[in-house]
Ligand binder design. Structure first.
Ligand SMILES: Nc1nc2c(ncn2[C@@H]2O[C@H](COP(=O)(O)OP(=O)(O)OP(=O)(O)O)[C@@H](O)[C@H]2O)c(=O)[nH]1
Ligand SMILES: C[S@@+](CC[C@H](N)C(=O)[O-])C[C@H]1O[C@@H](n2cnc3c(N)ncnc32)[C@H](O)[C@@H]1O
Ligand code: SF4
Ligand code: SF4
Length: 330
């Protein structure tokens, strides 16, 4: 079991399947120039499965597969299916941009997935293209509809962008209520070289919630699971669907941080905000390595796990780390 000096226990792994993505969201990655991680440095699915073995041994109960865009990697769904067969009691989740989903819902359900986190920052097609650089709004909406029709639970992630989507609260409240889904507004985090974060486009969670309260009565819902994420959720009175906020900048949740991250090139990050990385890939590719070597690395990393909000304070909210979100996995 991995418990650090602040008493935090690691029970949740975010594993990035690939740094490649078919969108170019303005808050996530550089807009003009970027390089992808060379193919040979990306962990194979066999290596990722071994990593999950180690994580299970270390006490991890929930694994979120992310990216880049996880569905952009060939044979992603069969990999999910293999993990599910091997660990039927593992809480296996996916975060996706939803563009490549619509015709894969049955396959996903058969692979053991019952809930998807799907990113959608606007309910307007033209604005979607402005934010992501790609005209794929209809694909995402079709992906969400297909999930709901196919009986998968959906949580919608909206990066809160002042001056860009702060006029769309009524639409998102209706969307949550009409579809019975969770819509979660994530504070824009200043992550990655060339981050476009600024005081002008940052829209804090408290402001979002107080504006939603003027539209509809809200009731805070306490999230009971120890493996749950950092969202604060509110039920919409008199209807289904919920609105939530992830206040990663204004009101941190580092005391209850339950997670490790591993990037697609096999670097363990104990904190989203810290570029301090531990080289899992070198161990995995050493023919003589043992499970204990991996567990020792996890333990050493965990002993050095920071309180991420302090790193943010030290940088005075300017770009907190160099790696881009698309390479870390969010
Ligand atoms: N600062 C910070 N942000 C996080 C952390 N975990 C997730 N986030 C952010 O929260 C947003 C939503 O993440 P998701 O991939 O949907 O996962 P989640 O909300 O943690 O997962 P569940 O609650 O299990 O659904 C992303 O922008 C993440 O970067 C964290 O530990 N620290
Ligand atoms: C990096 S993406 C990877 C998975 C998938 N491509 C997607 O967009 O859902 C994971 C999550 O991080 C969020 N994200 C990316 N950059 C962010 C930033 N700078 N601040 C807050 N959230 C961000 C995305 O909106 C998404 O919900
Ligand atoms: S990884 Fe996700 S958030 Fe980043 S550019 Fe791709 S779709 Fe957008
Ligand atoms: S900022 Fe770092 S320590 Fe804080 S919750 Fe996020 S990952 Fe955990």
């Amino acid at each position: 079991m991995l418990i650090d000096s602040h008493g935090r226990k690691v029970s949740y792994l975010r594993l990035s399947i690939t740094d490649r993505c078919n969108l170019r969201c303005l808050y996530c990655r550089p807009q003009d120039e970027w390089t992808f991680i060379p193919h040979e440095q990306i962990l194979s699915f066999e290596e990722m499965a071994e990593l999950v073995d180690v994580a299970r041994q270390a006490g991890v109960e929930k694994v979120r597969l992310t990216g880049g865009e996880p569905f952009a990697r060939k044979d992603f769904i069969p990999f999910v299916g293999r993990l599910h067969v091997k660990y039927p009691d593992l809480d296996l989740r996916i975060t996706t941009n939803g563009t490549l989903l619509a015709d894969r819902v049955d396959e996903l359900r058969e692979a053991g997935i019952s809930c998807l986190n799907i990113s959608l920052d606007t309910l307007q097609r033209k604005k979607f293209e402005e934010i992501t650089k790609i005209d794929a709004y209809d694909q995402v909406r079709a992906g969400i509809d297909a999930c709901l029709k196919g009986g998968l639970r959906v949580k919608v992630n909206v990066v809160a962008l002042k001056g860009i989507n702060d006029d769309e609260l009524p639409g998102f409240v209706d969307f949550a209520r009409d579809n019975g889904v969770d819509v979660r507004f994530i504070e824009f985090m200043p992550i990655g070289y060339q981050s476009r974060w600024s005081r002008d486009n940052y829209w804090p969670a408290e402001e979002i919630i107080s504006k939603v309260e003027k539209l509809v009565p809200l009731e805070e819902v306490l999230v009971a699971s120890r493996n749950s994420g950092p969202a604060r959720m509110y039920g919409i009175s008199g209807g289904s669907g919920r609105i939530g906020v992830i206040s990663a900048v204004s009101n941190h949740f580092c005391e209850s941080c339950n997670r490790f991250r591993v990037t697609s090139d096999g670097k363990l990050r104990t904190c989203l905000f810290s570029d301090r990385e531990y080289d899992v890939r070198s161990i995995l590719r050493d023919p003589g390595h043992t499970m204990q070597d991996m567990l020792d690395l996890f333990a050493r990393a965990n002993a050095e796990k920071p309180m991420g909000y302090r790193l943010l304070q030290e940088r005075e909210h300017n770009q907190v780390c160099d790696r881009t979100m698309t390479a870390i996995g969010g």
